[in-house]
Design a protein around this ligand. Structure first.
Ligand code: XMP
Length: 326
């Protein structure tokens, strides 16, 4: 019979046998899958595993800290954090086109990740231990989807941040290959990962970079991070996390509208709320969420976030709209 305990035990035994005394590395994206895969491998081979986390500066409020502190505290894993914020901002300067942004973010990520991998391999090699294995959080649906081209694959260039550069020669460890997302969450909980990591809603690899319509700058990222944190806080407080599949919060950086605050005229940016209900993200409907919660989010964002004077609700299903705006 299928139990999380059985899955964990079987995987630990087979990972130990596969790896022996060699070393393994794992890229963490901040998402559920890579976190659970890493925790499982850590449980099997302990300090023979090192994780790499690339901080591209496009994460939401508190996410990098979650990986740096909570994940390490829960697993005891060895973690290498690469601060690449400047590099990503420089590469994205002046770019507004969504596909160009996606390609730049994907490319820079792979470069930074490969460099970190090479450093780790060199360090371990100096100690006489070969790094032969790469841990990936591949799930069963990923395996199925990559088998045949799906219709939506060409709509946007999805970058599974944490993905494998093609010319790297590693043997793969993919302990979640037979599992679905809900099963992965159960395994993660059983391994003692914090709920904030295990219950995370989907978040795109390119992060907030594709939730700023217009050029990505440090100021705009900071502003969007604040608005997003407020929306998430209120949705959680209202108990809506299970009903809502995910709620992108989008900054229309190139749009301004006139407002009034206190005694003065403002000329600020709109924030879009995009709460959606979905089974698998292939199709989605906009969530009919309570007006009071929308009101609270709107009031807080316009009061607390500088330069935002309007909050709008996206009432489009998918299709015709995609979930993300870019
Ligand atoms: P769309 O916008 O295509 O999004 O309706 C469908 C789902 O995919 C997520 N998404 C991504 N996930 N890398 C990812 O790992 C990406 O580049 C990416 N783009 C979109 C999106 O959040 C939604 O859950």
């Amino acid at each position: 019979t299928w139990t999380t305990g059985n899955v964990i035990e079987e995987q630990i035994a087979s990972i130990r046998e596969q790896v022996g005394t060699k070393r393994a590395i794992c890229g963490l994206s901040g998402g559920v899958d890579s976190a659970v895969a890493a925790a499982l491998v850590q449980k099997a081979i302990g300090s023979q595993l090192t994780c790499v986390y690339v901080d591209h500066g496009l994460m939401r409020k508190g996410e990098t800290e979650q990986v740096e502190k909570d994940f390490v505290a829960a697993t005891g894993v060895q973690l290498k954090v690469v601060d690449a914020q400047e590099r990503f901002l420089t590469a994205l300067a002046g770019v507004s086109d969504p596909e160009t942004k996606r390609k730049i973010i994907g490319r820079e990520f792979i470069r930074v990740f490969e460099q970190a991998q090479a450093e780790l391999v060199a360090e371990a090699g100096a100690a006489g231990e070969a790094v032969e294995f790469l841990v990936q959080g591949t799930l069963y649906p990923d395996v199925v989807e990559s088998g045949g081209g799906t219709g939506t694959a060409n709509i946007k260039s999805h970058h599974n941040v944490g993905g494998l550069p093609e010319d790297l020669e590693f043997k793969l460890i993919e302990p979640l290959r037979q599992l679905f997302k809900d099963e992965v969450r159960m395994v993660g909980a059983e391994l003692g990962l914090p709920a904030e990591i295990v219950q995370r809603q989907p978040f795109p690899g390119p992060g907030l970079g594709i939730r700023i319509v217009g050029e990505v700058t440090k100021e705009r990222l900071d502003l969007l991070r604040e608005a997003d944190a407020i929306a998430r806080e209120e949705l959680t407080a209202a108990g809506l996390d299970n009903e809502i599949w995910q709620c992108p919060v989008v900054l229309l950086a190139d749009v301004r509208s006139v407002g009034v605050q206190g005694d003065g005229r403002t000329y600020g940016h709109p924030i879009v709320l995009r709460p959606v209900s979905s089974e698998d993200a292939m199709t989605a409907d906009w969530t009919r969420m309570p007006y009071e919660v929308l009101a609270k989010i709107s009031t807080r964002i316009t009061n607390e976030v500088k330069d935002v004077n309007r909050v709008v609700l996206d009432v489009t299903s998918k299709p015709p709209g995609t979930i993300e705006w870019e």
